[in-house]
Design a protein around this ligand. Structure first.
Ligand SMILES: Nc1ncnc2c1ncn2[C@@H]1O[C@H](COP(=O)(O)OP(=O)(O)O)[C@@H](O)[C@H]1O
Ligand SMILES: [Mg+2]
Length: 323
């Protein structure tokens, strides 16, 4: 069942069109990532779904109901922001139960529901603590708990992990994925970080300039990008591109290797990452990144040749369309 459907959704700020006719369906229980560079319209799209912005044109349906004109509180959505301001004077239990209090639920069932949600989020030992006595990850979980307690039809997340340090981000990625599986929630998750999108999402929506570039599973986008933009955005280190006659070639660093014959060049930079080593080779096609094994011998300035399996090459026209 489709839990969220956007049809021809458009948003203009004055004369500037931030969202240009987006069509999208998100199935019940799906984890859908909106992925794209800063300024591409991810937050605006999420705010349109939440009802925090009015659509200029188009239609939004949530759980089969047209909510295009509905108030945010009538949309059955819960939003978790990047800055998850908790109430500092309230305990974890009170913070989680707060939206139920605002909705007029009595105290006993309210705290019972908060305790149930806290258990799911492994916060049950911390119910009486105040936010100041929590770690960043625990605070994040309380913020999610506040959303969870309302049983929304769709969860909306706007870069919820970007304030966390690298280690905590990895932990929260795992926790969010587990949580998604455990509760079977429908989630729309905004991020500019392709690793977050690749690791957590069932479905990724790649956006650029207010438009959807491609929708697919992480591996579909990686293996079969529709255009040069998606090819360059998905995958790390990024795909190499160069002009060849009247079109462009795209090759991923992991599909290149050094050989005795091939595209000649000189090693300009060696990045040792441990498990892999990235060799940046200056060629007459430009600077090409080759992903070599971690212990690969590599001398700065050495002349090398780059080879690849022809079946791994992607082709694009000069407008960036896949050939
Ligand atoms: N309230 C607003 N008024 C005018 N322009 C806005 C407003 N909100 C967003 N924009 C513009 O819309 C574009 C998309 O912004 P946003 O959705 O925040 O991008 P993202 O979340 O992908 O970084 C940007 O060019 C931004 O400047
Ligand atoms: Mg944003």
């Amino acid at each position: 069942m489709t839990q969220l459907r956007l049809s021809g959704l458009t948003k203009s700020f004055g004369g500037f069109q931030a969202i240009k006719g987006v069509d999208l369906g998100v199935e019940k229980g799906e984890f859908c990532a909106l992925l794209g560079p800063s300024g591409c319209g991810k937050s605006t799209l999420l705010r349109l779904i939440a009802g925090l912005e009015d659509a200029t044109a188009g239609r939004i349906e949530i759980a089969g109901r047209d909510v295009t004109q509905a108030e945010p509180s009538e949309r059955q959505i819960a939003m978790v922001f990047q800055s998850y301001a908790l109430y500092p004077h309230m305990t974890v239990a009170e913070n989680i139960a707060f939206s139920l209090e605002a909705a007029g639920v009595a105290k006993a069932p309210r705290l019972e529901k908060a305790a149930e949600v806290a258990k799911l989020l492994h916060l049950d030992e911390l119910l009486t603590r105040k936010p100041a006595a929590l770690s960043g990850g625990q605070r994040q979980r309380v913020a999610i708990g506040r959303a969870l307690v309302r049983d929304p039809a769709v969860f909306l997340f706007d870069e919820p992990l970007s304030n966390l340090d690298a280690l905590l981000r990895v932990q929260m990625r795992i926790e969010l994925s587990n949580l998604h599986r455990e509760i079977g929630a429908t989630m729309v998750y905004v991020t500019h970080d392709q690793v977050e999108a690749m690791t957590m999402a069932d479905k990724i929506v790649v956006m650029s300039g207010g438009e959807v570039q491609q929708v697919g599973s992480p591996m579909e986008l990686y293996e079969n990008p529709a255009n040069r933009f998606v090819a360059g955005f998905i995958g790390n280190p990024a795909m190499n591109f160069w002009r060849e006659g009247d079109h462009e070639i795209g090759l991923r660093p992991e599909d290149l290797h050094l050989a005795s014959e091939g595209l000649k060049g000189r090693i300009r930079l060696v990045e040792r990452l441990g498990a892999t080593t990235l060799l940046h080779v200056q060629t007459d096609k430009g600077l090409i990144c080759v992903q070599a094994p971690g212990k690969a011998a590599a001398t700065l300035g050495a002349e090398v040749a780059i080879a690849w399996d022809a079946s791994r090459a992607y082709r694009f026209d000069t407008a960036g369309r896949r050939l």
